[in-house]
Each structure stands twice: as C-alpha cells, then as structure tokens.
Design a protein around this ligand. Sequence first.
Ligand SMILES: C[S@@+](CC[C@H](N)C(=O)[O-])C[C@H]1O[C@@H](n2cnc3c(N)ncnc32)[C@H](O)[C@@H]1O
Length: 248
Amino acid sequence: MDFAGKEKSEYVKDTFNSIAGKYDLMNTLMSLGMDKYWRRKVVKIAQAKPGMTMLDVCCGTGMLTGELARAVAPSGEVTGVDFSEEMLNKAQENLNDSPIKENIKLLPGNALRLPFKDNSFDGVTVGWGLRNLPDLHQGIREMQRVVKPGCMVVSIDMGKTFVPVFKQLYWLYFKRVVPLLGRIWAARRIEYHYLYESASEFKSQTELVRIFQECGLDNCNYLNLACGAVAIVYGQKKQRRSVNNLST
Ligand SMILES: C[S@@+](CC[C@H](N)C(=O)[O-])C[C@H]1O[C@@H](n2cnc3c(N)ncnc32)[C@H](O)[C@@H]1O
C-alpha cells in the first residue's frame, strides 16, 4: 500500500485526524446503520458486566467505548485509548452530554505500547483498529498482556465474505461507492480509499483466529456478520496455572 512516503503509523494518524469530524456519519452511511448493532455484539462477546473494568483500544470517536460503558455502569469503568488527537476530541464531544461519561476515561496512547500494567482489565476490545497497525502480532500481544487471565480479547473488523454475488457487490460498494460518499460528505476521497485498501489487504477471519492463537490466546473463534463482510474475532487469555498444577 502507498503511504505517501510516510511510515504507516504516521499516515494512519494523519488520515484519522483529517476525517474525525465526519467519521461517525460516514460509518453509519457505510454500514447502512448496522454499526450500532455490531458493536453491541462485541460487548456481549467481551462479557462486559456491571462493575467491570474494560479497555477499548483504537477507540476513535468512542462509539464502542460508550456501548461498553453502558454495560459496566453504574460502578464499572471503561478506558478508551487512541493515538489520534482529533478522534479523541470527537469522542469527548460525543460523550459530553451522556450520563455514562463518568464511567469513561479517554487517553492518548499507542496500541503497540499500551500504557498499562499486565493483567489490568476484565476485557479488551478493538473496533476496526487492528488493520491499521504496522505490527498486527504486537498489537494483539499487547491486548493479551493487559487483560486478566480468563478474560476476553475481542476484535471487530472487516472480514472476507465468500458468498457469491454478495462478495462482488460488497467489494464494488467498498471500492467505488465508499470513496464517493467520502468525497461528497467528507471531502476526503483519498482517505476513504485507504479504508477500502486496508480492508482488502487485511487478514481473513480464519487467518486472524490463527494469529490470536499465535499470540497466546485460548478458545479463539470468530462470528460472521453481514455474510462475513464484517467479523468478530475473539480469544480468551489463558488462566494462570496454580502451584498445585505445577508440582504434578
Ligand atoms: C477505523 S477507526 C475505529 C474507531 C472506533 N474503534 C470505532 O469502532 O469506530 C480506527 C482508529 O484506530 C486508531 N489507531 C490506528 N492505529 C493506532 C495505534 N497504533 N495506536 C492507537 N490508535 C490507533 C485511529 O486513530 C482510529 O481512531
């Protein structure tokens, strides 16, 4: 992929800084309004419950962060981390009038070097974030590191659909219509073309399950949404072995 002579991270950061203002509207248009329902599925698979402490990596404008916060309220807390200042500003703006804002902390940070201790969270999510990382394994290992043993790491991202006709229509929509929508509503055709390119070059859901396993996660699997055009991939951090087990 061409990053206009920049490092991938720098290109991605600039791209999201430039589209932050219209990101939510474009998301709703691109997903035909399905994104809210998909995020609720992620929250369910992450097993977020009242009182828990969750992390949302690459939180962007805070949409998934907000869904998690609703699930852990009234006493739980969700931390959203992102490296784009403009996406975080938008997240703050989105949450300002929300009753769950007290349950949310937004922090600048890099997904490849999460600023948290090992075993800090009851669940970690990432929404449409992994395909933007220059080192996918490192990003997943970081999520695996900061989640508590037995808890879930969950990603939602574009998947690979193999349903005939739908597959062709889907890629046509993503390659031609999405950048056009980006040009009309956000005046950003090139940035929305990046979304198509990053999705088409991203791993399939079965490949991502294998990478989750390589990164040390257990019970890994995926759930297809929209005929596999979108997929939730998840895994569980291994339980620590007890001293008794070690001695046998
Ligand atoms: C497609 S947006 C997804 C936003 C949000 N999770 C959602 O569900 O709509 C991807 C986000 O990942 C962030 N991002 C990409 N690479 C990152 C990195 N290395 N560290 C932190 N954030 C990153 C971008 O700034 C952007 O906000």
